[in-house]
Design a protein around this ligand. Structure first.
Ligand code: ZN
Length: 464
């Protein structure tokens, strides 16, 4: 349950790695959150009066997870004030609700009133930061979905936190110039009301900062010269256009880029970042060192591929929410493949050749379980999902051509309620007019062939 934290040098690796931690979901069965949140930036205070509704659990198999710094005033269903057990947690406390006689079924509506005070880390003494921390630096407050600044329903049966919620929240902050809640546009303080019928991970970003708005992206606290922000926005827009043309579904999502001062003194060359779709945030890093103002493009192709990967998650992660055995192949390998293609469009074919050569080093001595033999999602580990999976798709592309691959992806998005297992993959391949013969040769030569040399040979020799 603990989120990964990426503390890495601001380098190519940074842009590669910050992408791997995000949960994306939007559906009508998501819980709904409403109520009021009061913030004092000066004192580090958060006081909330929240109502959770549309709770998709019918029995006692739920907990309410909340940041450990929050003190409960009350839990109340529509009729009574509820008691709770709270075994000690790590960065959050998990509350189990009862009425004095027995544990209660998940109520239709649950009112939770709580408040907490958090340190303002405006000196260089703090030694850690990650998504679980409610981070105040004297200028901004950052509270991600993983920090559980809002009550998160934990489904014990499925071992899942329902982090994404639809919302109707009033945020009051007398000393905030700007208030932002993920999935909505930033609003001026001191009072802002946010409503969304789509579910999002609730990343809250408030404080004394400016907003720069463009057609495809908004920048919060980025302090970029206007022409640079415009160039950045244009790059993002070009990647979105590429994805829309290949997948034939309008993008329809604005991306918010958030920059804030790190609360851990990492040193001048270090930084970390995270994604809570559709927001991309950096702590310590800067968006204004990524654009080459001569070409008006990203100053390295790895930055282009990072953003292309993240933007692809709108399709694979939001439109389609992968599950089942090939969850990670659909959730990460396809966006990674799309990022290779988007980068090739911007920087030419050599970019893909370099990608393949670079991938070789990650796969050395790697034992691969054939995609058709995966029985548990976890068998597709990081190297499999970010390196081997995309290579497999590139190899299939060499056999059947790019068009059929995109068709296959379109079919996957159209079948969004299906289980993303191997038979689904075979099905969408067929629907994309990949012949039985072509698929059989792909299976025999590549999927079931554990000799990675054969894969690289195929990638390097078949039509350049
Ligand atoms: Zn990803």
């Amino acid at each position: 349950m603990k989120p990964n934290c990426f503390l890495i040098a601001i380098s190519f690796i940074f842009w590669m790695l910050i992408s791997s931690n995000h949960i994306l979901a939007q559906n009508s069965s998501a819980p709904h959150i409403s109520g009021k949140v009061r913030i004092s930036m000066k004192d580090g205070l958060i006081a909330s009066d929240i109502i959770l509704s549309n709770i998709p659990i019918k029995d006692t198999a739920f907990r309410i997870n909340l940041n450990r710094g929050m003190n409960i005033k009350l839990f109340k269903d529509s009729a009574t004030v509820l008691k709770y057990n709270n075994p000690p947690g790590d960065e959050y406390i998990s509350y189990r609700l009862h009425n004095g006689k027995g544990y209660v079924d998940a109520p239709k509506k649950l009112n939770i009133t709580y408040s907490g005070a958090f340190p303002i880390y405006n000196e260089s003494n703090n030694f850690y930061d990650y998504q679980g921390v409610i981070a105040l630096n004297g200028k901004t407050l950052r509270a991600t979905n993983y920090s559980k600044w809002y009550p998160v329903i934990y489904d014990t049966k499925n071992d899942t936190e329902l982090l994404d919620m639809t919302y109707d929240l009033m945020v009051e902050c007398t000393d905030c110039k700007t208030i932002f809640l993920n999935g909505s546009e930033a609003q001026p303080g001191p009072i802002a009301r946010f409503k969304s019928e789509k579910a999002y991970g609730l990343l809250l970003f408030t404080g004394d900062y400016e907003v720069q708005k463009f057609s495809e992206s908004n920048f919060l606290n980025a302090e970029m010269p206007v022409d640079m922000a415009e160039a950045f926005n244009k790059q993002i827009s070009s990647i979105k256009g590429f994805l829309e043309s290949k997948l034939e579904i309008p993008y329809g999502q604005k991306i918010t880029f958030i920059q804030h001062k790190a609360i851990e003194p990492y040193g001048p060359n270090k930084s970390w970042g995270f994604v809570v779709f559709p927001s991309i945030a950096v702590a310590g890093g800067r968006f204004n060192d990524q654009i080459d103002m001569k070409t008006k493009k990203f100053n390295h192709l790895i930055k282009c591929s990072f953003y292309a990967h993240e933007l692809s998650h709108y399709y694979f992660g939001t439109v389609l929410i992968p599950d089942s055995t090939l969850r990670w192949f659909f959730l990460e390998s396809i966006p990674e493949y799309l990022s290779v293609k988007a980068t090739e469009k911007e920087y030419g074919k050599q970019a893909t050749v370099d990608y393949i050569n670079n991938a070789k080093t990650f796969l050395e001595k790697k034992t691969i379980i054939p995609l058709s033999k995966i029985t548990k999602p976890e068998q597709i580990d990081d190297v499999y999902r970010y390196t081997y999976g995309p290579l497999l798709l590139l190899a299939l592309e060499k056999k059947v051509g790019e068009k059929k691959i995109y068709k296959m992806f379109q079919k996957a998005l159209a079948g969004k309620n299906s289980k993303t297992d191997y038979s689904f993959l075979v099905k969408i391949a067929k629907e994309a007019a990949i012949s039985g013969l072509e698929w059989k040769s792909f299976e025999d030569d590549l999927i079931n062939n554990q000799q990675l040399d054969v894969l690289f040979e195929h990638l390097n020799t078949v039509k350049k």
